[in-house]
Design a protein around this ligand. Structure first.
Ligand SMILES: Nc1ncnc2c1ncn2[C@@H]1O[C@H](COP(=O)(O)OP(=O)(O)OP(=O)(O)O)[C@@H](O)[C@H]1O
Length: 314
């Protein structure tokens, strides 16, 4: 399908010839364990700190130009994996290479090839979206006029009109700030884009716009995209393949159709399973009933509510 060109053109960083043939991402047997201390609750004083295997012997190969989704419940290890890929965390064991470069040994090179978007994006809150994004554009050596054109164009597409572009970021809603974080990722054309829940909290139109940008980055700039999402429709609409992660381990990996067929066979269904059935099947800890869906209005809302309850219990 031809992709609609929405933004002023960008030059894409070039990979050396030998890198063109490399896998975009190669994750080999990666493990990351965190210590969880509980000193602040009086009744838990004296209890040992416990460990959490946030990522547990994960292996994954992502081909160039692939859009791959990482699905999993809250706390299943998605963000930890993304943080390792983006050089923010060092794995305890195993190895990750991005276009052949090791994320630990070749950190500086890897950082030039990737861009990461997450909800905890750091900005100068007293400055406006335009000022923040111009600052980012300078870091990326993007010429001023092109940067301004692109910033206005992206923010407008995401529903942040001219009047708001110059207001302090701290006066904007969380969703609006999220859009500015997304806009920052689309300022440049990274070779690998890591999106950690890019559309959580966005309205339906903005979600679709982000999805269009993601496709454009792949179609026009040959980018590879790895994203985490709780939105199963989004995964279905966008991803060539998805990996389902549960308690730090990849428990399923394949195209949407492959996973639906697999679960159809496993459950003895007569038609391919829905993505909800696929997700539920592989993340055994979740049991969302028809009653929950009725009570909360949709499967996603029931999922969010039950996850929030589970987090509180923990
Ligand atoms: N810095 C840290 N210190 C201690 N534990 C951590 C740290 N970061 C993550 N964890 C733990 O590691 C596990 C995986 O967390 P992670 O944030 O990767 O999950 P997630 O799948 O991204 O969750 P969510 O969908 O809620 O964003 C969780 O149990 C979490 O509490």
């Amino acid at each position: 399908m031809a992709i609609q060109r929405l933004l002023p053109p960008l030059s894409t960083p070039r990979l050396a010839d030998h890198q063109e043939e490399q896998d975009a991402v190669l994750v080999e047997e990666v493990t990351k364990v965190f210590m969880k201390s509980r000193p602040w609750l009086p009744w838990q004083k004296g209890k040992d700190a416990r460990t959490v295997r946030a990522v547990d012997r994960v292996s994954l190969r992502v081909k160039r130009r692939e859009i791959i989704g990482i699905l999993g419940s809250n706390g299943s290890g998605k963000s930890t994996l993304i943080r390792i890929l983006s050089t923010l965390l060092i794995p305890d064991s195993g190895r990750v290479t991005i276009f052949g470069y090791d994320v630990v040994r070749d950190e500086a090179i890897v950082r030039r090839l990737i861009n990461r978007v997450s909800v905890e994006a750091s900005f100068f809150k007293k400055l406006s979206p335009m000022e923040n994004l111009i600052y980012a554009a300078r870091l990326y050596n993007l010429p001023g006029r092109l940067a301004r054109e692109r910033i206005v164009s992206i923010l407008e597409r995401l529903g942040i009109g001219a009047a708001r572009i110059k207001q302090p970021l701290e006066d904007m809603s969380r969703g609006m700030q999220q859009k500015v974080a997304i806009a920052r990722a689309f300022l440049t054309a990274p070779v690998l884009l890591l999106l950690d829940e890019p559309t959580t909290g966005l309205d339906p139109r903005s979600k679709l716009d982000v999805q269009t940008f993601v496709r454009e980055l792949r179609e026009v700039h040959d980018a590879t995209i790895l994203l985490t999402t709780h939105d199963l429709e989004e995964a279905e609409a966008l991803c060539d393949r998805v990996a389902i992660i549960d308690q730090g381990r990849i428990v399923a990996l394949g195209s949407i159709d492959e996973l639906k067929q697999e679960v159809m066979h496993q459950l003895g269904l007569s038609v391919p399973a829905s993505m909800h059935q696929v997700f539920m099947h592989y993340t055994a800890s979740h049991r969302i009933t028809e009653e929950d869906i009725l009570r909360y209005g949709s499967w996603e809302k029931a999922f969010e509510a039950l996850e929030a309850m589970r987090e509180e219990e923990e």
